[in-house]
Design a protein around this ligand. Structure first.
Ligand code: NDP
Length: 285
């Protein structure tokens, strides 16, 4: 049976380390890291995510500044708020929870955030830096995937990695990160022919599809490492991943569950990006 990659435990360790860093930063430099969290409308899933992110920040000593706007907020109003937060020296990170209501262009809002405060890592500047290997914020979910691999002692160098999904927030960035870590990477999507065959060739499988238990046990090569990014709500209200966990566990060497794998890591990496931003603003390396 596969080793279970415990994202909850790994994320807790990261947050505990960050708490110590924040204490030092506050004592030595008088800097309290600050995260502005902007929520437009009342999407229940977004409300849950925002609450979890704020709680995680507050637990490590980060100040969180909440901005809850009505669903009919105009693009101009939101852009003006982002600009105000860009100028606010108490704010080191700006998180605008997606999705936004349809009258607002998500791309315009993302591009309005200062790259120096882009702790979600979605700004084209951050994407460009990731692409070219320069310094910048990495998006939190793919970075969380890479941290799971690192902490588990999985070095992607020389291995074959298959990423299922090509979204801008998960599939593409995680593929770039694996490539930078010297894996040979294949990116799959809805038009990939014979997906099971492609996945069977992988030493590392990253599933980021959004389809409950789509990746079957017999797609997994013996001894592969499987990271399940998928978070799918079933009709009975429970959550499951993109991988058939029980079946895949019989073939993988290690596997991350969902929930309890990548989800907690995403939040931990957001906290980390915010602390890094505060450090950079006070010139501590
Ligand atoms: P998107 O819907 O943006 O992308 C899904 C990708 O899966 C697309 O590239 C799509 O291909 C591909 N796909 C869909 N169906 C198939 C199929 N039958 N075979 C192969 N590929 C397929 O999703 P996200 O990247 O935003 O999210 C993916 C999953 O990760 C979701 O379950 C989401 O909830 C979860 N997630 C979890 C996070 C966390 O913190 N734990 C954070 C972000 C996402 P195509 O491009 O051709 O349409």
């Amino acid at each position: 049976m596969a080793r279970i990659i415990d994202g909850k435990k790994i994320a807790l360790g990261i947050r505990q380390g960050l708490k110590t860093e924040v204490e030092q930063l506050t004592q030595e430099r008088g800097v309290v890291p600050g995260l502005a969290v902007v929520l437009v409308g009342a999407n229940p899933a977004s409300q849950v995510y925002v609450r979890m992110k704020k709680k995680a920040c507050e637990e490590v000593g980060i100040a969180s500044f909440s901005h809850e706007l009505p669903v009919d907020t105009t693009e101009l109003t939101l852009l003006a708020l982002v600009e105000q937060l860009n100028q606010d020296s108490k704010v080191h990170g700006i998180l605008v929870q997606l999705p936004l209501p349809k009258q607002i262009s998500e791309q315009k809002v993302i591009e309005a955030i200062s790259p120096a405060k882009d702790v979600d890592g979605f700004h084209p500047y951050s994407s460009g830096q990731l692409m070219t290997g320069g310094p910048g914020f990495w998006p939190c979910t793919p970075w969380g995937v890479m941290e799971l691999l690192r902490v588990e002692g999985v070095d992607p160098s020389g291995k074959t990695a298959v990423v299922i999904g090509r979204s801008n927030i998960v599939g593409k960035p995680v593929a770039l990160m694996l490539l930078a870590a010297h894996a040979t990477v294949t990116i799959c999507h809805s038009r990939t022919p014979d997906l099971p065959k492609v996945v069977r060739g992988a030493d590392i499988v990253i599933a980021a599809v959004g389809r409950p238990r789509m990746v079957k046990g017999d797609w997994i090569k013996e001894g592969a490492i499987v990271i399940d990014v998928g978070t799918n709500r079933l009709d009975d209200g429970s959550l499951c991943g993109d991988v058939d966990f029980d079946a895949a566990s019989k073939h993988a060497a290690a596997i991350s569950p969902s929930p309890g794998g990548v989800g907690p890591m995403t939040i931990a990496m957001l906290v980390k990006n915010t602390v890094e931003s505060a450090k950079a603003s006070s010139a501590i390396s």
